[in-house]
Design a protein around this ligand. Structure first.
Ligand code: ADP
Ligand code: MG
Length: 336
C-alpha cells in the first residue's frame, strides 16, 4: 500500500476550473473521504489519480512514484489502482468469481480461481461465486466490485459514491462491511461521497471540497469541531446561521450568545449546529413545528422573527415556549 498525494493540481473543462490548485494526501493504509456537493470536483480527482485524464498543472504521486506531472502520464494499467464506481461496473457476462479473477491474469488458472474465492469470502459472498451480476442485489454487486478491486493487491483503491444506488438499510450495512474489509486489508482508500454521515462514518481523514477548491483537510473530529469556514460547518450537518456584530466577545442571536474572538464591532456570522441545541420549557422561543428524525425530533423554533432548527431528544409540543441552550462546541463565529 502507498500514500497518494496531489500537489497543486488543476484541471479545467471548457475554460472553467473543475479543480483549482488542490493539494491533499491520502495516508497509507487509511481512508480519506472526499466530501462535497455535486460538481465540486470529487470524481475529477479520482479520474486524475487513475490516469484516465491528465492534470493541466501540478503533480500526482503514488508512493514514491510521480504518476502524473509535467511531461509524465503513467498509463492507467500501470498505476496499480483499484476502482469501484456508483454504477455497478461488473462484467455482465461473467460470474461473480470470474469477475474477481479477471484482474489476476498473471496467476495460473487454479491460483486465480482460488484467490478469487478468497476475496469473495472476505466480502461474505463465497457462496455466490457462480452467480451472474443480474442475479445479485445491488449491494452484493458492489461487494463483488470491491473484491475485484482489491484482489490484484492495488497500491490504493478509489471508491466513487459506491453506495448511492442503494436503499438506506442496504447502504448502512454495506458501508460497515466495506469499511471492515478496508481496515482488515489496510488499504489506502479515497472514498468519494456527497453524504456527510457516510464521510464521518468511514473517514480517517476528511477532505471537504466546494467548487473545485479544497476547503479543509483534517481528521473528521477536527473538521466537525473546528470548521475552517461556514461552508465546512454546513457540509457536516444542519446548521443555523445568524448575521450579526461581535460585541464584547459575543455575537448575540435571538436564541442566545455565541462566543467570538473577533474584534469589537466586526460584522460576524454565527453558526450553530442543529444537534448542539437543547430545549427545555421556558419563554425564549416558540415551537413552530416538530418532526420525528430518528431518535431525535427536528424542531423548528422562532424568536424575534428568526427561525432555527434544533435536533433534540426532548419531546416538545407545537406552540410550546422553550428556553434554548447550545453546546459551545457546536457554535461558531466566522468573519462576515
Ligand atoms: P463531482 O464528482 O464532485 O460531482 P465532477 O468532478 O464530476 O464533480 O465535476 C466537477 C466539474 O467539472 C463540474 O462542473 C462538471 O460539470 C465538470 N466536468 C467534469 N467532467 C467534465 C467533462 N468531461 N467535460 C466537461 N465538464 C466536466
Ligand atoms: Mg462525481
Amino acid at each position: 500500500m502507498s500514500t497518494v498525494t496531489l500537489r497543486n493540481v488543476r484541471r479545467a473543462y471548457d475554460g472553467a476550473w473543475a479543480l483549482d490548485d488542490v493539494s491533499l494526501t491520502a495516508p497509507e493504509g487509511k481512508v480519506l473521504a472526499l466530501l462535497g456537493p455535486s460538481g465540486s470536483g470529487k470524481s475529477t480527482i479520482l479520474r486524475l489519480i487513475a490516469g484516465l485524464e491528465a492534470p493541466d498543472a501540478g503533480e500526482i504521486v503514488i508512493g514514491a512514484e510521480t504518476v502524473s506531472g509535467p511531461g509524465r502520464l503513467l498509463p492507467t494499467e500501470q498505476r496499480r489502482i483499484g476502482m469501484v464506481f456508483q454504477d455497478y461496473s461488473l462484467f455482465p457476462h461473467l460470474s461473480a468469481g470470474a469477475n474477481v479473477a479477471f484482474g489476476l491474469d498473471r496467476l495460473t488458472r487454479a491460483d486465480r480461481d482460488a484467490q478469487a474465492l478468497t476475496w469473495l469470502d472476505r466480502v461474505g459472498l463465497k457462496h455466490r461465486a457462480g452467480a451472474f451480476p443480474h442475479e445479485l442485489s445491488g449491494g452484493e454487486q458492489q461487494r463483488v466490485a470491491l473484491a475485484r478491486a482489491l484482489a490484484p493487491k492495488p497500491r490504493a483503491v478509489l471508491l466513487d459514491e459506491p453506495f448511492s444506488g442503494l436503499d438506506p438499510v442496504q447502504r448502512a450495512e454495506l458501508r460497515d462491511a466495506t469499511l471492515a474489509t478496508l481496515m482488515e486489508t489496510g488499504t489506502t482508500t479515497l472514498f468519494v461521497t456527497h453524504d456527510a454521515e457516510d464521510a464521518l462514518q468511514v473517514a480517517d481523514r476528511l477532505a471537504i471540497l466546494k467548487g473545485g477548491r479544497l476547503l479543509q483537510e483534517a481528521a473528521p473530529r477536527i473538521a466537525y469541531d473546528q470548521p475552517a469556514s461556514l461552508d465546512v460547518a454546513a457540509a457536516l450537518g444542519p446548521i443555523n446561521v445568524f448575521d450579526g456584530v461581535c460585541e464584547n466577545g459575543v455575537v448575540a442571536t435571538p436564541f442566545g450568545n455565541v462566543a467570538s474572538a473577533l474584534a469589537n464591532g466586526a460584522r460576524a456570522r454565527a453558526a450553530v449546529r442543529a444537534e448542539a441545541i437543547a430545549l427545555r420549557p421556558g419563554n425564549m422561543a416558540r415551537v413552530l413545528d416538530v418532526r420525528p428524525h430518528g431518535a431525535h425530533d427536528l424542531v423548528r423554533i422562532a424568536a424575534r422573527g428568526v427561525v432555527w432548527r434544533a435536533l433534540t431528544p426532548a419531546r416538545m409540543g407545537l406552540g410550546e415556549t422553550v428556553d434554548v441552550e447550545f453546546q459551545p462546541a457546536g457554535a461558531f463565529v466566522f468573519s462576515a
